[in-house]
Design a protein around this ligand. Structure first.
Ligand code: GTP
Ligand code: ZN
Length: 204
């Protein structure tokens, strides 16, 4: 996999001014982004969110998941601290793509959970590959992070890239009546960590 830095620009948002950095995977043609705020070169661990693309949640206000709320919350937390980065990876549907995610949602409408739906379609439960991050982290000079996530696999993946995760910051937001089962499956089958009782299997 070859990830090439392309260009940067300003991105004004309701939470303040971010810098937007574009990268291209020259093999797949996929385009990835990093939004940064503040000075990347202080040597302090970087407040960071690794966000997997979710068109339905991030852009279309879907309540089937918690992605949109998590993205906004990350931008808000970075703005409060004045320094941080969101790595926006184009791994729609945990790596299966948008149309397959719609197929998976259809199976979920018929009773499957998110993991069963992926498996019925012939995919693994989580097909994401975090090696995309390596060049992006190197480009920004990131050596250590405070990672906003509930997913221990992300922590492990970042550590395997040689980046120190000095802290995992729970990133729990966006619970609603439509995503209770989704959160419950994340906790029960995918190992996500939730500090409060959200996502407990007993909720189903
Ligand atoms: N295949 C599939 N993907 C989904 C489904 N719901 C959300 N996604 C995708 O899941 C990805 C987000 O992953 P999550 O497992 O929700 O959370 P995470 O990023 O691993 O963990 P956090 O850092 O705690 O948010 C996005 O790419 C979504 O498009 C679903 O039902 N099926
Ligand atoms: Zn989502």
């Amino acid at each position: 996999m070859t990830i090439r830095y392309v260009e940067s620009s300003k991105l004004p948002t309701p939470w303040g001014m971010f810098a937007m950095h574009g990268f291209e995977d020259t093999e797949s043609g996929k385009e990835h982004l990093v939004l940064t705020m503040g000075d990347m070169d202080t040597g302090e661990p970087l407040l960071a969110r690794i966000h997997s693309e979710c068109l339905t949640g991030d852009a279309l206000f879907s309540l089937r998941c918690d992605c949109g709320a998590q993205l906004q919350h990350a931008m808000h937390r970075i703005a409060i601290e004045g320094r941080g980065a969101i790595f926006y990876l184009r791994q729609e549907g945990r790596g299966i793509g948008l149309l397959n995610k719609i197929r998976a949602y259809h199976l979920q409408d018929c009773g499957a959970d998110t993991v069963e739906a992926n498996e019925q379609l012939g995919f693994g439960a989580d097909m994401r590959d975090y090696s995309i991050l390596k060049s992006m982290l190197e480009h920004l000079g990131v050596k250590s992070v405070r990672l906003m996530t509930n997913n221990p696999r992300k922590v492990k993946a970042v550590e395997e890239l040689g980046i120190e995760v000095v802290e995992r910051l729970p990133h729990e937001t966006g619970r609603n009546p439509h995503n209770v089962k989704y959160l419950s499956t994340k906790k029960g089958k995918l190992g996500h960590l939730f500090e409060d009782d959200q996502g407990s299997p007993e909720d189903e």
